[in-house]
Each structure stands twice: as C-alpha cells, then as structure tokens.
Design a protein around this ligand. Structure first.
Ligand code: GLA
Ligand code: ZN
Length: 684
C-alpha cells in the first residue's frame, strides 16, 4: 500500500481554469487553433488523456505514446498547466477480447461484452495488472513534464460487478473482516430464514439471482447487501491505490486525485478520501433550481479532506447530453455556479469539455469550443469573461478554509442501511432528509462543514445529524461531548436504529442517542406522501408555527426532554413531534417526523439563534453568503445572487470587491445583478 494521501494540493499561483481536452479525437492541424482560443478565454490548465488507453496501449504487448507525447508537447509549448490522466476509465476492445473477465457481470447475472466505459471488473487480475502497468508507464514517461500539476487517476469510479472473481474477492474481504464464520453468521443474523453458512464458498454476492427482489434496494439480508456495498467500494479503491502506487514509483510528490461525483451512493468517499492527496468532483446539477443541493455537495467534497480545498474537476459550460432533457445554462449561471464552487472551497474551476466531440454519445454535450470553432458565441464569451475575472483574483483564495462552527454529519453506511431497509418507509430518502437540514442552514447564511461521523467535533458549536440511522464507533459519545460543553446537537427520525451490522439495538429507540436526546420511541407510523399531520411548533411560547409533516411520524415518549412541537392529528394528536433536551451545558434536539422545509428551517433557526450563528445576509431573498479564510488570515466573503432579480443590501463590513477593486464601508449599498457575484475581502 502506498502511504495515504498526504493532503498536498497542486502547486499553482491562481485558480486553474480549463478542463478535459481530448485532441486525439481530431486532426493535429487543428490543435494550434484550439490553443489560440484557449488564450482568448484565459484557459491555463488542460486535463489530458482521460480516455486514451486505446492509443497508449494499442495491443497487449505494445505501448505507444506517440499521440499522447504530441498532445503533451503541444500543451507544454503553449505554456499550459497539465492535469494528466492515466486513462484507465475505459478499457480498449482488445483487452475485453483477450481477457473476458475484464468486463462486468451485472446485477441480473449477465456477463457484459465489450462496450461503453467505466465498466471494468475491479477484481479482474488482467484489469488490475494492465491498468497499474499503464499508470506506471505514464508516470515514468511524463513525471518531469514542465507544467504538470496533478495526476488524474481513472475517471468517475462507480457501478458494481457480480462476477465470480468479485465473489471470491468478497469472500476474502469477509474473512479479513470477520475472521470466522461464527462471527459472520452473527453479524448477518443468518439464523433468520435458515441462512447459517458453514463454508465460505457458500457465500454469494447479493444480486437479483440471490437475496434481492425488485432491484438493488430490496434485499432479504441487509447485512449481506451492506457488506457487498462496502466491499465493492473497497474493491474500486484498491484499483485507485494500485495506480497511485505505480505512479509514486517515479513521481513521489505530485498530487494525485480522481474525480468524484458528489453525493454518489455506490462509493463511500469518506473511506476513499484518505488515499487521495486532494479531492475533486464533477458538478452536473439536474436543473437550474439546484443551488442548495450544489452547496451541500461542495461542502461534502470539502469535508472529505478535513476542510482542505478541492478541485471542481468538471462542469459543463452550457449543456449536458446524458439526460432525457438537457436544459441550457442561462446567461450568467455558469459564472455564478463557478463562483459558488469557489465560495465553498474549490481551488480550481474546470470544464468538461474544452472542445466538442464530433461523434458518439457526447457530440451534443456543451464545450468551451463548439464544432464550428468560433470565439464569438455567447458561451465562449462567458467563459472568457470568467477567465479574466479569475486572472484578476489571482491567488487570493488559494488554500483558504471555511471557518465553520456548524457541522452536518453525512454517512454512507446510514445512507445504504436506510435505503435498503424493509420498513418503515421506502419513501424516506437519505439525500432528501440531509438536503432539507443543510438547506435550512444554507438559507440562514451559515457556513457548514459536512463531515464523516468519525470527524473531530471539538470545534463545532452546532452538530446536525440528519437520519443518522446507523450508530458506529464512539459517535454517540462524541455527540454527547458536543452538548456537554454547551453545544447543540440536532437529530431526526430514523436515527439511532441499528449498529454497524444493521442490527437493531436491544434498547429503546434511538438506542445510544437516547440519553442525549432524552426521549424514547415505542411506535412509528409511515404513511403515503399525501397524508399530512400538522405539527405545531413553539419555544418559550414566544415564536410559533404550524407546519406540515409527512411520510414518517415517530411517537415520542419524552424521558426528560421538553416538547417543542406537537402533532395536531390522528390518535397521537397532542404528543411530541419535536423535542429539546438539556444535556450538560448544551442541548439535544430531536425531530420525529418528516417536517416540511418551513418546519425544518424553524427548528434550525431556533438552534442557530441560541448560538448567535445566523448569518448577516440570512434574510436577503436568493442571496447566498459563504466565507473563506485565506492562509494569511484574510477573510473573503462571497455573495451570490441566485435570483433572477437584482439584489440591493447594505454591507455588513468594510472591505474591497476583489473583482472590481471598489472599496466600501459597512452600511454601503451592495448591488448584485440577476445571478450576480461579489467577492469581498472584508477588513472589519
Ligand atoms: C462525466 C465524465 C466525462 C463526461 C461528462 C459529461 O463527468 O467524467 O467524461 O462524460 O460526464 O457530462
Ligand atoms: Zn467482477
């Protein structure tokens, strides 16, 4: 194993700007013109070779770097920074033919044949050997390339394989984890339905042919499915580590990353993060109403490496091609969302893609340069304008951290366990719950770290733990610690239900969270989405709100907690739906039902008010505020107008607008156009 990622970031002087560039797809006499256009757009960084395997190794015993050499030489001659890929995200046709175990077996048991990409069996010996060898040779050849700033391993790891090699790998992984079949049978609760395993060879990957019915979320044995998800995530991580180790033989210090996909369920990015030097991700929001979701995802990606800046590795300048319907980014949105990424910790702004493919599945995907090669298009102009702004900003934000005093816990195990569970409700989706709570914080203009359950919570005043279904390790004790010293912890329905093996606690719900929250739950009621139970919320009689709850209603029996919200309907009308419990010098809050956004926001505001954490721009409609603190202590506030109307608001501090140089003092009117952005160095 290579040493874990040391957290080094690419050495750059300003925010790298550019992205995936695949000139192997078009004649070389056009490359010069590509760079002429890059120059006009302020493009200083190119990601090369992401899908070049068929070029770099055209046959089993033949490595041929002639094309990649010319591509790299051109980038060097043009003085660009290079993010160089190993190119192993799509295996060549000869490889699938020569080694049929390289292609995957799907959930339904079908062995795939050559086609598409991102589809290599992670356990295939041939894939592992040849992808590692390719990474080794690429690193050896290009490690000393002038302008090289980062290694890009593979591309968007994901999916799953159910082949015999993976089955064998799963059994080996289980032996390692459990040591004995007794321990495994205990963890999986195999006495149920006569599943006791008496030989490791009896264990099958959980698929449509074995434990599953109605697809990947419906399993008879949650413990088996959960472990297969963990195993698959680890198997692909081993592929990453294979390549990284090979790169390190000739490139000991150059930062290594792979591009993540944000809230992507199949891969536990927290388990991966320690192997990466820096995190990076590809931002493709489903529509233009996803600003809150993007904010959450950026915060999650920043949390992967303890708050270290990440790279925005891909975004489209205009449209995607992979959805049924692919809406165009409105004028100003690409800029706004680029700055939003920077506001949340991105130290690079990169696109997919620099120039459009002529054929195949992405010929209609947006690009900085379209098929006609024009620089007088709206999209090109906007890219060039942002290029100029980033140039003007220089290195001011590089390495800057988010000074968050609020943490939100995000946990892949809880996500998996919740969504593969039979009962209480298939309608409760982990991301939706997390999103509602993050959104309430985002609306309140507060900076949030989205962190793993293993993160150090000592620096936070407020910790929000939505749908913390699984309680592992010492997380309950650490949450108690937050409240003990005066902080506030907020938990929600479906928390504290199972241990790391997905077995219920032999205790009152919410299990180990009970003492902190001061409640007990004996019953719960899951209903169709159209069944509403209003909840009346009030604290100290002062502020109150009646709001709707849907999907899940837990019946809370307070065990010392005070009732903050009560159900208004059904046989449990008048009983607790939201509670607050004094614990140590702080509080443990619990929301027992699927409150609507207004209800969630009401609860979150009460908590933030207790800590005086509501942001200064919180109530300006559509205005997002995010702060980063540069290594020299400079405080940079990003204001982002997600609305289609201009915003005017008084400045809360004196400072200078880093994009225009305009100075202002506290109280001056700040103006933001529709989708406008201000990057303010605050001096007071
Ligand atoms: C992903 C991939 C790219 C490209 C884009 C298109 O992020 O990494 O290769 O396919 O999607 O949106
Ligand atoms: Zn496999």
């Amino acid at each position: 194993m290579t040493p874990p990622g040391d957290g080094s970031l690419p050495a750059v002087a300003k925010i790298p700007y550019g992205g995936d560039y695949n000139p192997e797809q078009w004649p070389e006499d056009g490359w010069k013109d590509d760079y002429r256009l890059f120059e006009l757009a302020g493009i200083d960084t190119v990601t090369l070779g992401v899908f070049a395997w068929a070029h770099t190794q055209p046959a089993p015993a033949t490595y041929d770097f002639a094309t990649l050499d010319r591509i790299v030489e051109r980038a060097v001659a043009e003085g660009r920074q290079i993010c160089l890929a190993t190119g192993t995200g799509a295996h060549p046709a000869w490889l699938a033919r020569a080694h049929p175990d390289v292609t995957r077996v799907d959930f339904d048991g079908r062995r795939h044949r050559f086609g598409q990409r991102h589809n290599s069996c992670p356990s295939s010996p041939a894939y592992r050997r040849l992808s590692t060898e390719l990474a080794r040779r690429i690193a050896r050849r290009y490690a000393r390339t002038p302008g090289l700033v980062a290694w890009h391993v593979n591309n968007e790891y994901g999916g799953a394989c159910y082949c015999e090699t993976c089955a064998a790998g799963f059994r080996a992984w289980l032996r390692q984890r459990y040591g004995s079949l007794d321990a495994l049978n205990g963890a999986w609760y195999t006495t149920f339905w006569a599943h006791t395993f008496t030989d490791w060879a009896q264990i099958e990957p959980p698929s449509a042919l074995t434990e599953h019915w109605r697809g990947p979320d419906h399993t008879a044995f949650q413990g088996i499915t959960l472990d297969y998800l963990r195993f698959m995530s680890d198997a692909m991580l081993a592929n990453f580590v294979d390549e990284k180790t090979a790169i390190r033989e000739s490139s000991p210090d150059m930062p290594v990353t792979t591009n993540f996909m944000g809230m992507y369920r199949p891969i536990d990015y927290h388990r991966w993060a320690e192997q990466l030097d820096f995190a990076s991700w590809d931002n493709y929001p489903p529509d233009d109403r996803s600003a809150a979701r993007m904010a959450l995802t950026h915060d999650l990606m920043r949390g992967l490496k303890g708050g270290q800046p990440f790279w925005l590795m891909e975004q489209t300048p205009s449209v995607t091609a992979c959805r049924d319907v692919n809406p165009l980014k409105r004028p100003g949105l690409m800029r706004l969302w680029s700055w939003q990424a920077v506001a949340h910790g991105a130290d690079a702004v990169l696109f997919f893609q620099m120039r459009a493919s002529r054929g195949a599945s992405e010929k209609y995907h947006g690009a900085v340069i379209g098929h006609a090669g024009r620089s007088d298009t709206r999209v090109f102009r906007e890219v060039a304008e942002l290029g100029e702004e980033l140039e003007r900003l220089g290195g001011a934000t590089l390495g800057a951290r988010t000074p968050a005093r609020v943490a939100l816990l995000f946990d892949w195990d809880s996500w998996w366990a919740l969504e593969i569970s039979d009962g209480p409700s298939r309608l409760v989706r982990y991301q939706q719950v997390v999103l509602a709570y993050h959104r309430a914080l985002w609306d309140a203009g507060v900076d949030v770290d989205v962190v793993a359950v293993t993160a150090d919570l000592a620096g936070y005043e407020v910790v929000v733990a939505p749908a913390l279904h699984m309680i592992k390790g010492d997380v309950a004790a650490r949450l108690e610690g937050v409240a003990q010293r005066g902080g506030t912890v907020l938990g929600t329905y479906l928390s504290g239900r199972v241990d790391e093996h997905d077995q219920a606690f032999l205790a009152d719900v919410p299990g180990p969270l009970g003492p902190l929250l001061g409640i007990r739950i004996d019953e719960w009621d899951a209903r169709e989405a159209d069944v509403v139970n209003p909840v009346a919320l009030s604290t100290d009689g002062a502020r109150s709100l009646v709001t709707d709850a849907t999907l899940l209603f837990e019946l809370v029996v307070p065990q010392g907690a005070e009732v903050v919200g009560r159900y208004q309907a059904d046989f449990y009308a008048g009983t607790a739906a939201v509670t607050r419990h004094r614990f140590g010098a702080g509080e443990g809050w619990y929301v027992a039902a699927g409150l609507d956004q207004a209800g969630v926001s009401w609860v979150v505001r009460r908590i933030l008010e207790r800590h005086d954490l509501v942001g200064p721009y919180a109530d300006v409609p559509d205005l997002e505020s995010a702060v980063r603190t540069a290594p020299d202590g400079t405080r940079i506030r990003f204001l982002l107008n997600h609305g289609t109307e201009p915003v005017e608001t008084p400045a809360v501090a004196a400072g200078v607008d880093l994009l225009t140089g305009v100075r202002f003092t506290a109280g001056d009117r700040l103006h933001l156009d529709r989708y406008g952005v201000l990057v303010l160095r605050e001096t007071t």
